[in-house]
Design a protein. Structure first.
Length: 300
């Protein structure tokens, strides 16, 4: 079992983004950390067409990750919306016993400078944990009249806290990429899920995201020492945030002093989706008009 690996759960619509991520890993992965990619088995041929054969990555079928949990249901995985099932598959990767810890990447991540294992864990083998209160992002949203961003995320965090009976400030183990420990996921399974006759396939929902569940499991069961760090990547959650940061002079070159990479949310970067934007012409025109207005707003 390896101490640390890179892992990305992807699917066919994200393969253009995944190709970009793979290229950045090939360029900047100084310690040659193994990179695992999982997709539905049916997407394997398309993956090879997009990325080539497994030279700088190792492919795994999502279905094999699901089957690694003896209590999980393959039928439940197949019936779930992809946006939800992918969150659970990512969280169950540890069950393959390939690594003690892993950096869980999204397809829309891009590394922008060299990275090493010690960016993610100490020499004692203890992984770092992205844990913070999101104040910079919340303040930015408030400044732009997007107060619902803070309200919704805080309500979400409080819901997950309540599951574990923790009272106190809200903490976030996001955004991606996530540093996850198999010990933390195993402690959740042993002390919370199994006693209740549950699996993550029952627990994770849009109201109870896996990122918050991981953080609360760590805070409650202390499976590893908590060494908190700020987010590893600059994440542009919305196009208005991207435009505003660019207007203030932000660039990849400047970001290198504080971040390993950048994440462009796929929900507004539709040009990187396989097949492009499938919406009707009027919908695309309206979408572009709204985006242009948000771009103009960033200069007000």
């Amino acid at each position: 079992m390896k101490d640390f690996v890179l892992y990305c759960k992807s699917y066919r619509n994200d393969f253009l983004r995944l190709k970009r991520l793979l290229s950045s890993i090939e360029q900047f992965n100084q310690d040659r950390l193994p990179f695992y990619i999982s997709t539905p088995r049916a997407d394997k041929d398309l993956l090879v067409q997009a990325l080539g054969n497994e030279a700088s990555y190792v492919w795994i079928a999502d279905e094999d990750i699901v089957r690694a949990n003896p209590d999980a249901s393959l039928e439940k995985y197949q019936a779930m919306p992809g946006s939800l099932s992918q969150a659970i598959v990512k969280s169950e990767f540890w069950r393959l016993s390939l690594a003690k810890n892993y950096l869980c990447l999204d397809s829309d991540c891009v590394f922008i400078r060299p990275f090493f294992m010690d960016d993610f864990m100490g020499s004692d083998g203890v992984p770092f944990t992205v844990l913070h209160q999101n104040k910079e992002y919340f303040q930015l949203a408030q400044n732009r009249g997007q107060s619902e961003v803070q309200r919704n995320l805080q309500l979400e965090a409080k819901r997950v806290q309540a599951l574990f009976g923790r009272v106190g400030p809200e903490f976030y183990c996001a955004p991606a990429p996530f540093i996850w420990s198999a010990k933390v996921w195993e402690s959740l399974d042993r002390y919370y899920l199994k006693p209740k006759g549950l699996t993550l396939w029952d627990m994770v929902t849009p109201d109870y995201p896996e990122t918050l569940i991981y953080g609360e499991a760590l805070l409650n069961y202390r499976a590893i020492p908590l060494i908190a760090i700020e987010p590893l990547f600059r994440v542009y959650h919305y196009d208005w945030q991207y435009y505003l940061m660019k207007r203030l002079g932000e660039s990849d070159e400047k970001l290198k002093s504080n971040y390993l990479g950048v994440l462009y949310q796929s929900n507004w970067e539709s040009s990187m989706s396989a097949g492009g934007d499938q919406k009707s012409l009027p919908s695309r025109v309206l979408k572009r008009t709204k985006r242009f207005l948000r771009y103009l707003q960033s200069y007000l």
